[in-house]
Unconditional design. Structure first.
Length: 306
């Protein structure tokens, strides 16, 4: 029974992709306008089906509460990068619906796919054996956390001070900023695992970033509601909409969002103890969403519409 459900998810994803591509090929605006959703929500179903067939258990449907939290946190995580983009101005959105009542829920639904897309892709690659058995020599590096934290601060501050040339550094900043706290609070730390000689998770995340990057950019190229890049330099040799050098950023981005997810998990477990604290955290995130949706409207979306 479980195997048939997993196969059904794979088949449903394939069917939705076929329908979307037919809509694009026939020039149907309703498909091209919302092509992102036809690309990514079937992709999550497809990955969950593959993972279920490889491991015998669904990640998305076996723990619906955790899945809802993952989707919710995904919006918050991506909005942090949108906040940085208000200053860096590296991308904008064009062809977005003029109705705020559709546009804002669309933001939330689109951004909710970032974390699950990356993490599920990495899970599938791990289940298929990528990097299995690959270990490095354990290294003892005491007090690495302050060094990592200082590096993270530098990677975050430099793009704000020198946005024209240092903008790519934001795609590694939160890895070094937050991973020390993950370790100190007793959570999962990618740096600590690397120092212990573990490599598989790192390989899988790096590969997942590249896979997701290609998936994002390939479908975006055929959408009417899409993002464009407004990079100050390196804005050439485009593959789809993304300049070729930009694909190098997807791999560290996957490590970064994995660390951000680990940090949110340990923050909830160790700091946001009790229902009142968690409700307050959700409220703060909801307020952040509203403020950022308004800011994206003003500086990243509406000012770029024809």
């Amino acid at each position: 029974m479980k195997s048939s459900r997993q196969l059904a998810r794979i088949e449903l994803a394939l069917g939705l992709w076929t329908l979307a591509l037919w809509g694009v090929a026939t020039g149907r605006q309703e498909f091209r306008q919302y092509l992102y959703f036809f690309a990514w929500y079937p992709y999550l179903l497809f990955l969950d089906g593959l993972l279920g067939r490889a491991r015998g258990q669904s990640r998305l449907f076996s723990r619906p509460g955790e899945t809802a939290k993952l989707l919710f946190w995904s919006v918050t995580v991506w909005l942090i990068f949108e906040a940085l983009n208000l200053w860096l101005q590296n991308w904008a959105y064009v062809g977005v619906t003029p109705s705020r009542f559709i546009r804002w829920p669309g933001y939330a639904l689109a951004f909710a796919t970032v974390l699950p897309g990356v993490l599920l892709t990495a899970d599938v690659l791990a289940a298929w054996g990528l990097g299995r058995g690959r270990r490095g020599r354990p290294r003892e590096l005491r007090s690495w956390q302050p060094l990592a934290l200082l590096l993270g601060v530098a990677l975050l501050v430099l793009p704000l001070l020198f946005p024209r040339y240092a903008f790519p550094l934001v795609w590694g900043a939160f890895f070094f900023l937050l991973d020390p706290f993950c370790d100190l609070l007793g959570g999962k730390s990618l740096v600590a695992r690397f120092l212990a000689g573990e490599r598989q998770e790192h390989y899988c995340l790096l590969a997942a970033g590249l896979v997701c990057g290609l998936w994002w950019e390939s479908w975006n190229a055929f959408a009417t509601s899409r993002w464009i890049y407004t990079l100050p330099v390196l804005n050439y040799w485009k593959v789809f909409e993304m300049p070729l050098p930009g694909y190098l950023g997807f791999a560290p981005f996957a490590l970064e969002v994995a660390v951000m997810y680990n940090f949110l998990q340990i923050l909830e477990a160790r700091v946001l103890v009790g229902a009142p604290a968690r409700r307050y955290a959700v409220l703060c995130q909801a307020i952040f969403w509203v403020l950022m949706f308004a800011a994206i409207d003003a500086w990243t979306v509406l000012s770029y519409q024809p």
